[in-house]
Design a protein around this ligand. Structure first.
Ligand SMILES: [Zn+2]
Length: 610
C-alpha cells in the first residue's frame, strides 16, 4: 500500500552573484581571491545583544553556543566598509538594474521604494553582524505557472576558510535572491524550475558564472513530514536527486516513528557514566576520553542503524546533533561490536547502563562538559524520532544526501538599514528596465540567422563564451568557425587533457582573425589555441603564420604537384581532386585552408585541360 509516491511540496531560493564592476555598498571589485593572497587579518568578537535579538530566535540561540571570536582575512582591495569601520555607500545602481531586469522578465511588480534592511546573521560571515538585503519586486510567474514570490538584492557573505576564519573577498558581492512559491511537487519539477530561473539569470549576460556563483536552497516537506531547508546546493544537476533523497529520508523517519510507537519505545532523560568500563575496551577514542556517557534508548534497537537515505542512518542524525558539542561523533550498539569494542564489552556496557536487548545504547565521549552536552543532544534527537521529522536547516553532502546544520530559523527579523538611503523605482525608471532576450530564444534566432542546427545553437547560447561568440560574429567571423574554435575545439582539447583555462578572449579572437583573414587554416585552430594556452607568446604563435603560404606560393606548390602527377590527372579527370587534396594538404600541414587548396587545385586542373 506504500506504493503511491508521497505528496511533496517544494520551493526554491536561488542566490546568484551579479557580475557588477563593484560591490553592493562599496567600490571594491567583485573578484574572488586566493586566500594565500591575503595581506592582513583582524579579529572580532561578535555577540548578539538582547535588543537586536528581541525574542531570541531558536537558530540564533543554537549559534550562540559556539565560537564567538572570528578572524577575517583582508586583501589589497578590502576597504573600511567591509571591515565595518565605515558606513556603507549608496546601493550600487548597476546591481539594482540587473535585479529589476530579472524581475521584469519574470513578470514581477517592483516595489516603489527599495529599502535596504538589516537581517541578523551571527555565524560570523558578516563583519557587522547582519546582512543587508533589499526587497526589489514581488509576485511573478514562470511560463509553466510556478509562482515567484520575491526577488531581493543582497550582499554576499564572507567565505568561510576554516572554522572561525572568514575571507572578505566575497563579502559584499551583489546577489539576487529569488524565492519561488512552494509550487513544485516532484523532484523533476524542482530541477526544471531551478534550470529555468538559472537560464533567465544568465540571459541578462550580467551574472557571474562557475561553481559557487549560484547557490540554491531547497525547501521540502512531504505529507506528514516537516519543512526542511537544504542549503547550498551548487550543482544544478543534483537538485532532483537532493529532493528524491530528502523525500526518502522523511519517509524513512516516518516509518521509524511508526515502528517505535508500535514497539512502545521511549526516551528517558539522563545518561550513565561508563568511563571506567569504556577505558578497558580496545577503542582508542573511548580509552582516551576523560568522560564516556551511555544513553539507553528504550525499544530503539535496530532502528538507530537503519539507513534513511544513502550513506545516512538515524544514528548519523544523532551524531550531527552531538557534534554541536565538540565531540567527533557517537557509537551505538546497532553498529557494535566494531571499532575495537568487542561483543563482551557491549554486554558489560549494556548491563552497566541498564540497557536490555530491545534497547539501543548510544555512547558519547569527550571532556565532561562535551560528553554531558552530547548525551543531552542524543536524547533530544531520539525524542524527535518518536515525533517524526524535525524541522531543520540541512547542508548538502557531495552526492546529494544531507546532514543537520541547525534548527529552521523563525521568520527573519529585519531592521531598517539607517545608513543607506532608499531608492525610488518610479514608472519611468521601470519602463526603461531592459528585458533581455532569453538564451532559449537566442538559440532559436541562431538557427534562423546562421543556419546552425538546433543543438549547436543551444550549445552556443548556453555557453559561457556566448559574448565572445557574438563579438567574433559581429567582426565578420563565420558563425560555424566561431562555434568550432570557441566551443567545440576547447571541449575536444580538454578531453585530451589540454588546459585552455588561461586563454583570454583576445587570444581566441586573434586566432579567429588569423583564420578569417586567411593567415591560418581552420585546420590549424586546435594547434594554435594549445600553443597560446601553453604560454607561447602570441607574436611567436601567430607571427610565424606570416611565413605560411601566400596565394601565389600555393599556386606554385599546386602547379608542382599537378605536374608531378600529370598522367594521373589526365587519366582520372575530376575524380583526381580528392586524392590530390590529400597530397597538397599533407604538404601545407594546416598552413592553408582546405577550401583554398581545393580552389587552387581546381584552377590548376582547368589550366592543364587547356
Ligand atoms: Zn569595499
Amino acid at each position: 500500500m506504500a506504493s503511491d509516491p508521497p505528496y511533496v511540496t517544494a520551493g526554491i531560493e536561488i542566490h546568484q552573484q551579479l557580475d557588477t564592476g563593484r560591490k553592493l555598498f562599496c567600490r571594491c571589485p567583485t573578484l574572488l581571491r586566493e586566500t594565500k593572497e591575503h595581506t592582513g587579518e583582524f579579529t572580532r568578537f561578535l555577540r548578539a545583544t538582547e535588543s537586536e535579538m528581541g525574542e531570541i530566535d531558536r537558530a540564533a540561540l543554537e549559534e550562540l553556543k559556539h565560537v564567538r571570536r572570528f578572524t577575517y582575512y583582508t586583501y589589497d582591495t578590502t576597504c573600511l566598509v567591509e571591515d565595518d569601520e565605515e558606513p556603507p555607500q549608496p546601493l550600487n545602481p548597476e546591481a539594482l538594474e540587473i535585479a529589476l531586469s530579472v524581475a521584469k522578465t519574470m513578470g514581477m511588480t517592483p516595489v516603489r521604494q527599495v529599502h535596504p534592511m538589516r537581517k541578523l546573521v551571527i555565524d560570523g560571515s558578516n563583519t557587522c553582524g547582519f546582512q543587508r538585503t533589499a526587497l526589489v519586486a514581488l509576485a511573478g510567474r514562470l511560463p509553466d505557472g510556478t509562482g515567484i514570490e520575491t526577488i531581493c538584492l543582497e550582499e554576499d557573505a564572507a567565505q568561510r576558510v576554516v572554522e572561525g576564519v572568514f575571507s572578505l573577498d566575497r563579502l559584499g558581492i551583489p546577489l539576487v535572491e529569488i524565492t519561488t512559491a512552494p509550487d513544485m511537487h516532484t523532484p523533476e519539477a524542482v530541477q526544471a524550475t531551478a534550470e529555468y530561473i538559472g537560464m533567465v539569470l544568465r540571459s541578462t549576460g550580467r551574472v557571474k558564472r562557475g561553481l559557487g556563483t549560484i547557490r540554491q536552497d531547497v525547501n521540502i516537506s512531504i505529507a506528514g513530514g516537516a519543512r526542511v531547508e537544504i542549503k547550498g546546493v551548487q550543482e544544478l544537476d543534483l537538485i532532483a536527486e537532493v529532493v528524491r533523497r530528502e523525500v526518502m529520508r522523511q519517509q524513512s523517519l516516518l516509518a521509524i516513528r511508526d515502528e517505535l510507537r508500535a514497539r512502545g519505545a521511549s526516551v528517558e532523560r539522563g545518561a550513565q557514566d561508563v568511563t571506567a568500563t569504556a577505558a578497558r575496551t580496545g577503542s582508542r577514542i573511548l580509552t582516551k576520553a576523560p568522560r564516556v556517557l551511555a544513553v539507553p534508548l528504550r525499544g530503539f534497537t535496530g532502528l538507530v542503524g537503519r539507513e534513511i537515505q544513502p550513506g545516512r542512518r538515524l544514528g548519523s542524525e544523532m551524531a550531527d546533533y552531538a557534534k554541536r558539542c565538540g565531540v567527533g561523533g557517537i557509537f551505538h550498539t546497532d553498529e557494535l561490536p566494531a571499532y575495537g569494542i568487542t561483543a563482551a564489552d557491549v554486554e558489560i556496557l549494556r548491563a552497566q547502563a541498564g540497557a536490555g536487548e530491545k534497547d539501543c545504547l548510544v555512547l558519547v565521549a569527550g571532556t565532561p562538559d562535551q560528553a554531558a552536552c552530547a548525551a543531552e543532544q542524543v536524547i533530544r534527537r531520539a525524542a524527535m524520532a518518536l515525533e517524526g521529522v524535525p524541522e531543520e536547516t540541512r547542508r548538502m553532502l557531495p552526492e546529494g544526501s544531507t546532514s543537520y546544520m541547525r534548527p529552521l530559523p523563525g521568520a527573519a527579523r529585519m531592521y531598517p538599514e539607517t545608513d543607506v538611503l532608499p531608492v525610488t523605482v518610479d514608472a519611468a525608471a521601470w519602463d526603461r528596465v531592459p528585458v533581455p532576450e532569453l538564451l532559449s530564444d537566442r538559440a532559436g534566432r541562431f538557427v534562423k540567422e546562421f543556419g546552425l542546427d538546433a543543438g549547436v545553437a543551444r550549445q552556443i547560447a548556453f555557453s559561457e563564451r556566448l559574448p565572445l561568440f557574438e563579438r567574433a560574429v559581429a567582426e565578420g567571423v563565420n558563425p560555424r568557425l566561431a562555434h568550432r574554435a570557441l566551443i567545440a575545439t576547447p571541449v575536444e582539447l580538454a578531453r585530451k587533457g589540454t588546459d585552455l583555462s588561461r586563454l583570454t578572449d583576445d587570444q581566441y579572437l586573434a586566432v579567429l582573425r588569423a583564420v578569417s583573414t586567411g593567415k591560418a587554416a581552420k585546420e590549424a585552430v586546435p594547434e594554435l589555441l594549445a600553443a597560446l594556452a601553453a604560454g607561447k607568446p602570441e607574436a611567436e604563435v601567430l607571427g610565424s603564420l606570416a611565413a605560411t603560404l601566400t596565394p601565389a606560393e600555393l599556386d606554385v606548390l599546386v602547379a608542382r604537384v599537378l605536374k608531378e602527377r600529370e598522367g594521373f590527372v589526365k587519366e582520372r579527370g575530376k575524380a583526381a581532386l580528392g586524392p590530390l587534396m590529400g597530397v597538397v594538404m599533407a604538404e601545407v600541414r594546416g598552413r592553408v585552408d582546405g577550401k583554398l587548396v581545393s580552389e587552387a587545385l581546381k584552377r590548376g586542373m582547368e589550366r592543364m585541360e587547356k
